[in-house]
Design a protein around this ligand. Structure first.
Ligand SMILES: [Zn+2]
Ligand SMILES: [Zn+2]
Length: 168
């Protein structure tokens, strides 16, 4: 997905907002462990500060995630936002610079979108804050119905153990 900068790069102080609607970049799918749903809708703002272009983009990615507690699949919205600085000059990536280089009328955003979405994916997604998860003994989904299992002796000792070590 590219953002067009042919106009905005001509005048210092100019600012442009563009909406990008397209399939998710395959790089983004590679960075996220869950399938990205729908297509991407990304709002991009480009500002010419004179010498540099500040590119700010944001959006929401819906992914088909699996709850780490109850193992049910659910749609997880991931909000992302990123701001990067670009300068038009020849040369490739240089990690010693605090900006990125581009040449021409477009800036390719795929890898930046991939990073922005990727860093916001939780390691252990949960379908809702109070998801009760599965019973460790019978495997019942406790969101759906309670089971009749009782805590084992070991678990009761574990609770006492935790209480004993809790800070006041
Ligand atoms: Zn859950
Ligand atoms: Zn149970």
């Amino acid at each position: 997905m590219d953002v067009r900068v042919s106009d905005v790069k001509k005048w210092a102080g100019r600012e442009e907002v563009q909406e990008l609607d397209d399939a998710w970049p395959s790089l983004a799918q590679e960075r996220v462990d869950f399938p990205l749903l729908d297509s991407a809708h990304i709002e991009v703002k480009v500002r010419n500060t004179g010498g540099a272009l500040i590119v700010e983009f944001s959006g929401v990615a819906n992914v088909e995630a699996q709850c780490s507690r109850c193992l049910e699949e659910f749609v997880l919205p991931i909000s992302f936002r990123m701001t990067e600085e670009f300068r038009e000059e020849p040369g490739g990536d240089d990690p010693t610079l605090d900006y990125y280089r581009f040449v021409g009328d477009k800036i390719e955003l795929d890898r930046f979108i991939a990073d922005a979405v990727g860093v916001n994916v939780p390691l252990a997604p949960i379908c809702r804050e109070d998801c009760m998860g599965l019973c460790a003994q019978c495997g019942a989904n406790l969101n759906v119905s309670a089971c009749t299992c009782r805590p084992t002796l070991d678990e009761r000792w574990a609770v006492l153990e935790r209480l004993a070590h809790e800070p006041d």
